[in-house]
Design a protein around this ligand. Sequence first.
Ligand SMILES: [Fe+2]
Length: 295
Amino acid sequence: MDKARVTELGYLGLGVSDLGAWRDFATEILGMEFLDDDSGARLRMDYWRQRIVLHQGADDDLRYMGFRLSGPEAFGAMQRQLTEVGAKFEVASAAEAEDHHVLEMLRLEDPAGVPIELFHGPQVDLHVPFRPGRGMHGRFLTGDQGLGHVIIRDRGIAESERFYREVLGMRGGVEGRLQIGDQRVDMVFMHCNARGHTVGVGVPGWTKRIQHFMVEVDNLDDVGLAYDLVRQRQIPILMGLGRHGNDKMVSFYMQTPSGFFCEYGWGGGHSFAQSEYNPRGNIWGLDAESPSLRG
Ligand SMILES: [Fe+2]
């Protein structure tokens, strides 16, 4: 039987201590749409009802990441696969799935304790056009590449790689083999669609569940505009503009109001069909601007 596979990163849930700061950051810097009603605060990037769900809380960290399955058949096949490999999971009740605006959903954790939701059937509000929070030259690049990617903590890259490959059905492996001082750091990047990677691990000494999330725009001028706004407002920059060696993304990394980072990029290339690694990590740029923000 074919392996059951997730198809994209559909949504993220974040615990944020300062909802107002997140609203301003997400709308005015990133260009996302902010909505807050009876069912909570959320960010839109396209027609989906929600791409990032904001939960008020002191944790300032990732609460869950939602990976999509293609439909009810894949949802069933994934449950059989999880049982076969002995992964612990819990199928959410119909009420919980409705609360998350998906048709069906189950929960599990990755080897580093990062909470995961596997779902199918997201609510897509085709009757409600996306309204960017600031003027945008283009739009967010989502579609069948999902909302973007996340770099998350690990407790050993081999275990995480095995989990995302064998349990969730992603592909990939080591794409960065960096020498930092006398330490060799391997970065593992996993993909599940055309996007260069959807999940990455290997950031040394990172303790929060999430180190950064990446969103991609389809017009380079939106990256330039965000870069200007970030510098005007003196938002800390982790790494300045540059182009990555693996996913070819032109991007920079800014600090979010929750301490972890957001990568804002354009021009990402497609996931590797055959493995390769880069000893430097970048093609140009991406210089560390605030090294003290690491870890
Ligand atoms: Fe990234």
